[in-house]
Design a protein around this ligand. Sequence first.
Ligand SMILES: Cc1cc2nc3c(=O)[nH]c(=O)nc-3n(C[C@H](O)[C@H](O)[C@H](O)COP(=O)(O)OP(=O)(O)OC[C@H]3O[C@@H](n4cnc5c(N)ncnc54)[C@H](O)[C@@H]3O)c2cc1C
Length: 442
Amino acid sequence: MELVYDYIGIGFGPSNLALAIATQEHALRNGLAPQVCFLEKKPAFNWHEGMLIDGSTMQISFLKDLVTLRNPASRFTFVNYLKEHGRLQDFINLKTFFPTREEYTDYLSWTASHFNEQAHYGEEVISVEPHFQDGRFVAVDVLSRGPGGGVSRRRARNLVFGIGGIPQAPAAFDGLDDPRVLHSAGYRGGIEKLLTNRPGPVRVAVVGGGQSAAEIFEDLASRFDNVEASLVIRGSALKPSDDSPFVNQIFNPSFTDTIFNHSEERRGALFAEFRNTNYSVVDTDLIETIFQRMYQQKVRGEQRHRLLTNREVAHAEAVSAGIELSLRDAPHDQMHSERFDVVVLATGYRRDYHLELLAGLEQCIQGLSVDRNYRLALRAGSEAGIFLQGCCEDSHGLSDTLLSVLAVRSQEVVESIFAEYEQPCSSRPAPAHERVALKLAR
Ligand SMILES: Cc1cc2nc3c(=O)[nH]c(=O)nc-3n(C[C@H](O)[C@H](O)[C@H](O)COP(=O)(O)OP(=O)(O)OC[C@H]3O[C@@H](n4cnc5c(N)ncnc54)[C@H](O)[C@@H]3O)c2cc1C
């Protein structure tokens, strides 16, 4: 093996993209040239492309981009992106803090294009193994499957997870593998295949009561004349997300300290108190749009689209004529079945996939909790470092899975990684066992 990286990032979404920038800026400030790389399973940079619904907007101010809260003078601010693309003045005239998701994806892609040498696309990390030296855990070997199916092995002193979530389906859909059931993560592209050029009314159930479910419901209603959409929600109404200013302070990077320093019990209580900032809630504007649509249907005496409230999917079965959903109406203690041609699950993401990848390091890991700088506790004597981003909601708060803290968190991780070295590998004298490898790598 030729090269020992300072770190390898798994995934190249916004978290690790922010990390790439923080690393570059840290290196420039300190006159260093660290060796880093990112392994991303997608064939090219993209951001939640399956939910790139026309006109959908960001739920966060553009000032919470990848860098501004840490370094507003960075060339990778959203404002500089606008300037370089000749749209700064026009964006100002839009008078908004919330760009479209389409534009934000373009900002992220533009930023990612500056790190093409570090990002290896089409590489899915499939396992991680420890590398020992004189009995000490000093590095990790990262195994990834590339576009052609071949497996590569890369070694690094540190490993940083930024893998996001895995689409999650309700238990009622366990074992149901049918192309007529889509997760919201694959909505764009998937739905067109199922609905385009299909005659007659097509009955679509959208399951979920959050922002994605509401966006999909509205998209189906506005874009497909042949669709009769039903939004199946557990609650008794669509509820608005709270983004009022006092509440929004929980997403300030400084609030991470507050959360981290609380007891587990207090953290749990705060999570419950502020859950309605992010989970099973919808932007008020969108709620109003949907309400207006339903009202207009009443005016016209047609009811093409419906909200099925207080309904939980108890059972789902694929039959030749469609997907049969058994819906439990708990408050009324009733159960009924309905058949749909297509079901879209906007039921969120699991954030435990890192555990599968970490299984190969089990013997080296002390516990599954991270310190304030996202470093996983390893057994005494270990010299490698493992950092988790996006799966530390329990310890670091609701902002951990979102974009709000990326600018600052990336710096915290970078400082924790490079504080270990007097100088990073490419500028400090390499230990004897690495000298040959590092020379080859240059
Ligand atoms: C539709 C949608 C809209 C959102 N809008 C907002 C918003 O407006 N504001 C906000 O704060 N948050 C928003 N979020 C929350 C979202 O989690 C963050 O915006 C952001 O995507 C988190 O970045 P990430 O890099 O941690 O994870 P992700 O963006 O999920 O990126 C993880 C990357 O890791 C890759 N990966 C996973 N496993 C592997 C593997 N084994 N090997 C290699 N690569 C792998 C994935 O392909 C992916 O590219 C939104 C989420 C969704 C679904």
